[in-house]
Design a protein around this ligand. Structure first.
Ligand code: SPQ
Length: 427
């Protein structure tokens, strides 16, 4: 599709869709709880729809009246063997977390996904799950999908130090540990998003978290809940950056999730001199209104334990850095290589094609700012965040067209993205 270029300003108030990580988990915990869970403001992006369909295929009744999603939980013992392979679409969260759920079920399943998911390594979950007694294998030595697995009703507890900073691996092991015979210990490499841990407590379960060490007992039961999903800061990130880099702009983002394991982008914006304000802060719901205005920006360094707090925002932060004075350095972000695309290479290639000066490195990139951007042909390669990053970059382009191939990838996390963009352009 042809993207809108040369925006004069962006103005208005946006409610971004529900948090993707919390939406996935609300379906999972709702299915595993006893009773009826209601989920308000869920994200109806394709990734979450994959999780919903997978649990329907496992026998869970899930209704959606367009407003509230109702999950009729079956408990850990009520899931049924699916009649066909489970389709995880584009969603790494679905396949990895559901592997942990199915680790404790004694039926055979197969899980597959699209071309992008079929290139993502699953060995990070299959290795520890095998140690717990699960039979699981994929393609090649990295266990690429499709995954074939057969869990066990007698899972061994695990004591495992994560070799990667990954909330998906941590969460898969937590779901397995919840069904194991005894207490498991999981030690994180870096602290990552903690929505799974939060939701265990919310659903009446027990988990002991001390810094990077998590202890969890098997044989727990959950009680159905009412969940309200806050707006996704990873979706809000596109408007935060757009508001900062497009002249004469002011964007107000209502009810955005500000769980501290996700707010690294706010720290980066402040470090770069961006004009950003938080109001209506709700400490219980962990949400706030965030307002940004066009700003002069300077380069910064992004590395270390902040990386997991902004991992999915790095593509759009790279664009932000192209509009900042000086060299922005991103390090310790090698995990970007195993996302929906190799986000180091694909981000650098896309923005360089538009005139940016980005040097990709082994674990990040160096962005030499500030540069003007021009027209180009960009391919998402099936990665929603590359598509949205390109759409925001195009707004800066004064000469030439920006053509986006495979733009439909954006539906994974933000189906109303272009409607919100139009509202801000006309605002
Ligand atoms: O679900 P998927 O495809 O892996 O989605 C991404 C994204 O950009 O939306 C990553 F590509 O988000 C992950 C995130 O990077 C969602 C997630 C979660 O909900 O637990 C955790 C992170 O992944 P990881 O590999 O660091 O655990």
């Amino acid at each position: 599709m042809k993207l809108q270029t040369n925006a004069k300003k962006l103005n208005g108030t946006i409610q971004v869709p529900g948090d993707k990580s919390i939406s996935h988990r609300s379906i999972m915990f709702g299915s595993l709880a006893r009773g009826v869970t209601h989920v308000h403001d869920i994200l109806r992006g394709e990734d979450v729809l994959s999780t919903m369909q997978a649990f329907r295929d496992l026998g869970v009744e899930i209704e959606d009246d367009g407003n509230i999603v109702t999950v009729h939980g079956l408990g850990f013992n009520g899931l049924q063997a699916p009649k066909k392979p489970l389709d995880m679409g584009n969603s790494g969260t679905s396949i990895r977390l559901i592997s942990g759920v199915l680790a404790g079920q004694d039926f055979a399943v197969e899980m597959f996904g699209d071309d992008s998911l079929s290139k993502r390594p699953m060995d990070r979950v299959t290795i520890p799950l095998s140690q717990m007694g699960v039979e699981v294998s994929g393609r090649t030595d990295r266990d690429l999908p499709p995954l074939k697995m057969k869990g066990s009703k007698h899972l061994k507890p695990i004591h495992y130090q994560l070799p990667v900073a990954s909330a998906q691996v941590k969460s898969a092991l937590i779901f397995a540990a919840l069904q194991a015979d005894g207490e498991s210990t999981i030690i994180e490499k870096e602290k990552t998003r903690n929505h799974t841990e939060d939701m265990i407590v919310q659903f009446g379960g027990q988990i002991d978290v001390k810094g990077k060490e998590i202890r969890i007992s098997g044989g727990q039961e959950f009680i159905a809940q009412d969940i309200v999903v806050p707006g996704d800061i990873s979706s809000a990130a596109f408007w935060l950056v757009a508001g900062l880099i497009i002249p004469n702009s002011k964007i107000v983002l209502k009810n955005v999730g500000i769980n501290e394991t996700r707010t690294g982008i706010l720290d980066v914006i402040q470090a770069m001199g961006g004009n950003l304000q938080l109001t209506d802060v709700d400490d219980i719901a962990k949400s706030a209104t965030i307002t940004v205005e066009s700003s002069g920006l300077h380069a910064t360094e992004i590395a270390g334990d902040i990386i997991p707090r902004l991992i999915d925002e790095l593509p759009i932060i790279a664009l932000l850095a192209t509009q900042a004075q000086g060299d922005t350095v991103i390090r310790d972000a090698e995990e970007l290589k195993v996302k929906e695309t190799d986000r180091i290479q694909v981000v650098a290639d896309a923005l360089n094609a538009m005139g940016a000066h980005i040097t990709p490195t082994e674990d990040g990139m160096i962005i030499h700012g500030k540069t003007d951007l021009h027209g180009a042909k960009i391919n998402t390669f099936g990665d929603h965040r590359i598509g949205m990053m390109a759409a925001i970059a195009a707004l800066l382009v004064k000469e030439g067209d920006v053509e986006l191939e495979r733009a439909e990838a954006i539906n994974a996390s933000y189906p109303s993205f272009f409607a919100d963009l139009e509202a801000l352009i006309n605002g």
